[in-house]
Ligand binder design. Structure first.
Ligand code: C5P
Length: 245
């Protein structure tokens, strides 16, 4: 397994001494569609140093007491665009794109709160940004160099979500089903599914789709090379058929 780099290094410079802007991949898709798996597989196959994974979960708004009570009853709508702090998201992504350091909130799905500590992230060669509404905000959309929509059947997503929310997010069966039918499913059809029109590539079945992941990785390699990033010789050779000068 390869390390997912999220910290530690100033932005990349090309041979002309110019700062290379990170390549941003936006990954959008319904809850439990396999967005994180797709992101992780892209990172593993990329074989490029300094890849940062940013999740929309970090940008859930801080709730007041009344909203916490609703969340405890599975009645707070975490799938509506209003649940997210898009301003913080925009500035964070913009700073990362400029190769600057950011402090990103860490979200806890059990308590519905941000942890007291944050995660420090630095500029990277590739930034992968994933979430249910990553294509919703037009400014954020414009910052994505490649837009990927993960399209997984609703029954598969519900099955995964049940398993995950009960085992990892402190929920019970009745609560998950109530939240799913009243908010998660309607928001998917109303807000998330229509975002597919923005996608450059739609990945059916999610993380199992090795061919789609390979195509994405090839595109990122080509784009990085065009920006002056030197791929390791072995990798570059397999794409362009001859060693780098
Ligand atoms: O990881 P995934 O993309 O599934 O995360 C998004 C989902 O997390 C949303 O569908 C939302 O219903 C759920 N969520 C939750 N409780 C929170 C925050 C988000 O159930 N406190």
């Amino acid at each position: 397994t390869r390390t997912i780099y999220t910290a530690g290094r100033p932005p990349w410079y090309n041979s002309a001494g110019q700062q290379v802007e990170p390549f941003v991949i936006g990954i959008c898709g319904g809850s439990a569609s396999g967005k994180t798996t797709v992101a992780t597989k892209i990172i593993e196959s990329l074989d490029v140093p300094w890849v940062t994974l940013l999740s929309m979960d970090s940008f859930y708004k801080v709730l007041n007491e009344k909203q916490h009570e609703m969340a405890a009853r599975n009645e707070y709508n975490f799938d509506h665009p209003d649940a997210f702090d898009f301003e913080l998201l925009k500035t964070t992504l913009q700073r990362l794109k400029e190769g600057r350091m950011v402090e990103v909130p860490i979200y806890n799905f059990v308590t519905h709160r941000r942890e007291s500590r944050t995660k420090t992230m630095y500029g990277a060669n590739v930034i992968i940004f994933e979430g249910i509404l990553t294509f919703y905000n037009v400014d954020v959309l414009k910052m994505c160099d490649m837009k990927v929509f993960v399209d997984t059947d609703a029954d598969v997503r519900l099955a995964r979500r049940l398993r995950r929310d009960i085992s990892q997010r402190g929920r019970d069966l009745e609560g998950v089903l109530k939240q799913y039918s009243t908010m998660v499913q309607p928001a998917f059809y109303y807000y998330i599914a229509p975002l597919m029109v923005h996608a450059d590539i739609i990945v059916p079945r999610g993380g199992d789709n090795e061919v789609a992941i390979e195509l994405i990785v090839q595109h990122v390699h080509t784009q990085l090379q065009l920006r002056g990033f030197k791929l390791r010789e072995k990798l570059a050779h397999s794409y362009i058929g001859q060693p780098l000068p």
